[in-house]
Design a protein around this ligand. Structure first.
Ligand code: 7LS
Length: 836
């Protein structure tokens, strides 16, 4: 291969394994002091908690290292089938606490730090979140990695090492301000650079035909501007099982000779600029979770990830199997996290044909038996399309391959439905128009053997709507894999009080087999257990209150109902419906309609895409309503409202244990699954929600008596479209009139008249796709049932226990087991005592 540098393997008999590191407190203290003193150069006068954190991170990392190497060698030596999770996002959050939990050294570390006069939790607070994702899709990828390692499946994550993760959000004057998240500024003790596995990724140039030495006509990609992809590996420990898998993140770097021509011509500045252009590829995570498609840098990121990762896998294959690809498809599986990495389909074709010399048919046979695609949304604005000319400029060889895939695919459609031109046009990977577009979802479907949605309703809607034609052609490709979340982070780590209580009653088995948690259901009728459950919840609410006080300067009284909605701000998620209910409660208080009142503390948090004006305006409305409500002495403890700035994985770890009521308000049919809903359920919150995404399955599991359902169904939403009349809805509902009057008279924007007009107009528009007004009545009635239920303390605690007890299905261990049984077919690998 022209590009591949030879790797020299040096064997040194002197480098045999050291004895295993002590996992007890004394061993931890010994290593900690060594790192603190010698590696970090600190002493007793150290005043920065960062050094305390770093010394412990290095100490813990050492204990992962040996297992990590063993895992790697076990996979290589056994030549087992491997899975790869390709994702533009991995929203990992903090690592230290999770690593200690999974290694089983949390107690020892707590004791060790205590002996050194340090509080472990204070120290853990110094870690900056790895925020390499926008929301649900990125966090799902992180939970999946935890479950794969816990199930001992040989799965590797591939992603991008963004220099700047998800922006930090500040609220100034009620408005969202974005600040860069330079999360790597103090270094990252969890990553290991692996320059020896650097790959080269091509951009630009053109493709050219040539005759190979054996006379075959071949294609090569020439005159390209290449970028290096340098891998950084992050260890992913399983739960107390010796497995440590790998998340490999790619950083872009300029080639060594990035600019020789320009250097020689004396244009130093130009050549450095070229270097920047290369390195910009991995500079920043795009902060959108839908739309803003068409940015060329985003396409560069996508191809960069797909190309570097596939070359890495193929290189490893060639090294071990000496270029025999017979078993490649049987031994490798790539799961595409939405269409974002779907360039993997044509890129694998390119590698197999251009680099490995295969024919089209052989390469295609391999490609479409190794790729599997997960769809995460039905929203049209999140369905990726790339303008064909732009694509061709940046990736000429890849476009050529896509066009060939499409030509052959259309021939198949035509033979299946002869003469059905309309269907061919509908199904074509290339959408016709002034500027033709490449439909990435169609490319992913055509190139994959499996296509799945992320909750039962979502998968059903996919085959009835968006992918109907494809389902008719290939019904066997389509399946559902309902999402989950990892119980390690989302119960064991974030809710130690609850974990202790559950452990006392049923042991610790639930941590790696969440179905076992159903055994606490029998205790829901035990008065003493209910009291203990309540005590845990109250302590968690006190901690959440402290967070809200620190970040929002609002006082939440833990006796009130903690009513929480945290997620990305989006119209379809209907934070607006939530705040309309808050305004209605405020209206009732002001009217003196407070008989049998339940005190409420409403918390809303989430980031808006920087270019999404309506979402930003909704944030401002929430903040302004909070300002008015909290300042009104007539309201007092009856109602408090806070907008929590900078919602993150770490914030959720405090929020979900302290929540009573989980708000899942999406317009039915719009939220593919939701995963926050599952975190809340596991931590004993009760859901108020529409029949959407995984809410439906949550309600099925916990029973309708333990779930507050409201709103139109997805069929009703579709049926109403076209004759929706929100003004008539408002005219029939005095409560909604009261709310609209307060909005219209500028009660929440006295100094900025007209500020919220776009919101008022959206609610009143017959074209409102989210049908906020349509669900208002049903929502307010459901909230009233919530308020009544909360007053019956014993009933509420019982519901809370049952929600946790019935959450077993929503562990990603179940989700991943389903992926593995139906799609990947990987064998769990015990990590034995391999010779290193
Ligand atoms: C994105 C971009 C985009 C989710 O979290 C779309 C985009 C873009 O369209 C365009 C330009 C630049 C950057 N970044 C990042 C993510 C997404 N799409 C989605 C789709 C679904 N992001 N989801 C959520 O996934 C969860 C896990 O399955 C579901 O529980 C949740 O219902 C869904 O909304």
């Amino acid at each position: 291969m022209v590009y591949k540098k030879k790797r020299t393997i040096i064997t040194s008999p002197g480098l045999t394994e050291l004895p295993p590191l002590a996992p007890d407190a004394a061993g931890l203290i010994y290593d900690y002091r060594r790192y603190f003193t010698y590696t970090l150069g600190q002493n007793k006068y150290c005043h920065s908690v960062k050094y305390f954190y770093k010394a412990l991170a290095l100490t813990v990392r050492d204990r992962l290292m040996e297992r990590w190497k063993k895992t790697r060698y076990t996979y290589i030596e056994s030549q087992c089938k491997r899975g790869y999770y390709l994702s533009l996002e991995f929203l990992m959050g903090r690592t230290l606490g999770n690593a200690m939990l999974n290694l089983g050294i949390t107690d020892a570390a707590t004791q060790a730090m205590h002996e050194l006069g340090i509080n472990l939790e204070d120290l853990a607070e110094a870690e900056i979140d790895a925020g390499l994702g926008n929301g649900g899709l990125g966090r799902l990828a992180a939970c999946f990695l935890d479950s794969c390692a816990t199930l001992q499946l040989p799965v590797m994550g591939y992603g991008i090492r963004y220099e700047y993760g998800m922006f930090r959000q500040r609220i100034v004057n009620g408005r969202q301000i974005e600040e860069p998240d330079h999360w790597l500024r103090d270094g990252n003790p969890w990553e290991q650079e692996r320059p020896e596995y650097t790959q080269r990724v091509r951009f630009g140039g053109r493709s050219e035909k040539f005759h190979a030495e054996n006379g075959e006509l071949r294609v090569r990609w020439v005159d390209s501007r290449d970028v290096l992809a340098v891998p950084y590996d992050i260890p992913i420990p399983g739960y107390r099982n010796g497995t440590v898998n790998t998340l490999r993140l790619w950083k872009a770097a300029a080639t060594d000779a990035f600019d020789l021509g320009e250097f020689n011509a004396g244009d130093y500045a130009e050549s450095v600029a070229t270097k920047n252009e290369a390195e910009n590829i991995t500079m920043v995570l795009y902060p959108n979770d839908a739309s803003e498609n068409g940015k060329v840098l985003r396409l560069r990121q996508q191809y960069f990830l797909a190309s570097a990762s596939l070359q890495d896998v193929v290189d490893r294959w060639v090294m071990v199997r000496k270029g025999d690809f017979t078993d490649f498809a049987a031994q490798n599986c790539f799961q595409l996290n939405d269409t974002h990495p779907s360039c993997a389909v044509p890129e694998l074709m390119r590698i197999l044909m251009d680099d490995q010399g295969m024919s089209w048919d052989t390469a295609w046979g391999i490609t479409c038996r190794t790729m599997a695609y997960t769809n995460h949304t039905l929203l049209p604005e999140a369905l990726e399309k790339w303008p064909l000319p732009l694509f061709g400029q940046l990736l000429p060889r890849i476009l050529e391959i896509i066009l060939e895939i499409n030509a052959r695919f259309i021939a198949e459609v035509s033979s299946h439905w002869p003469g059905d031109i309309d269907r061919m046009r509908r199904m074509s990977i290339i959408e016709e128009g002034d500027v033709p577009q490449i439909r990435m979802a169609y490319l992913a479907i055509v190139g994959s053997f499996s296509v799945n949605g992320v909750a039962a309703l979502h998968s059903q809607l996919l085959i009835q709507g968006l992918f109907r034609d494809f389902y008719e052609l290939w019904p066997q490709k389509f399946n559902n894999k309902t999402n989950g979340v990892t119980p390690r982070r989302w119960i064991a780590r974030c809710n130690p009080g609850l974990s202790r209580l559950v452990n006392e009653k049923i042991g610790e088995g639930w941590i790696s087999d969440l179905q076992q948690i159903s055994r606490i259901a029998a205790l829901a009728d035990d008065r003493e257990f209910r009291q203990q459950w309540h005590d845990v919840k109250q302590a968690n609410k006190a901690q959440l209150s402290a967070l809200v006080h620190a970040k929002c300067k609002v006082d939440f009284n833990p006796e009130g109902l903690f009513d929480v909605q945290v997620k990305r701000i989006h119209e379809y998620k209907r934070q607006l419906l939530n705040i309309l209910h808050v305004i209605h409660l405020y209206d009732r208080i002001k009217r003196g309609d407070t008989a049998g009142w339940t005190d409420r503390c409403v918390l809303i948090g989430g980031k808006a895409a920087p270019g999404y004006a309506m979402a930003k305006l909704i944030i401002t409305l929430i903040n302004n309503v909070a300002g008015v409500v909290n300042a009104d002495p007539a309201v007092g403890d009856k109602l408090k409202v806070a907008f929590l700035p900078n919602y993150s994985v770490t914030a959720m770890e405090v929020i979900c244990p302290g929540t009573d009521l989980s708000e899942q308000l999406s317009t039915a049919g719009k939220e593919a699954s939701g995963t926050g809903n599952m975190k809340f359920m596991m931590n004993g919150a009760i859901t108020i929600g529409t029949l959407d995404g995984a809410n439906i399955e949550i309600r099925e599991e916990v029973g309708e008596d333990n779930f507050f359902m409201f709103g139109l169904t997805s069929e009703e939403v579709d049926a109403l479209r076209g004759n929706y009349d929100p003004n008539a809805v408002i005219a029939c509902d005095t409560d909604l009139q009261g709310v609209m009057n307060l909005l219209r008279c500028g009660h929440f924007n006295l100094f900025e008249p007209g500020l919220f007009d776009p919101i008022i107009n959206a609610i009143c528009s017959p074209h409102d796709p989210w049908m906020v007004a349509a669900d208002f009545r049903s929502f307010v009635d459901a909230q009233q049932r919530v308020a009544v239920a909360y007053q019956d303390r014993e009933r509420w605690i019982r519901m809370s226990i049952l929600n946790t007890a019935c959450s077993g299905k929503f562990s990603t261990d179940r989700t991943i087991t389903d992926y593995n049984n139906d799609i990947w077919h990987l064998k769990p690998m015990e990590i034995g005592s391999v010779e290193l």
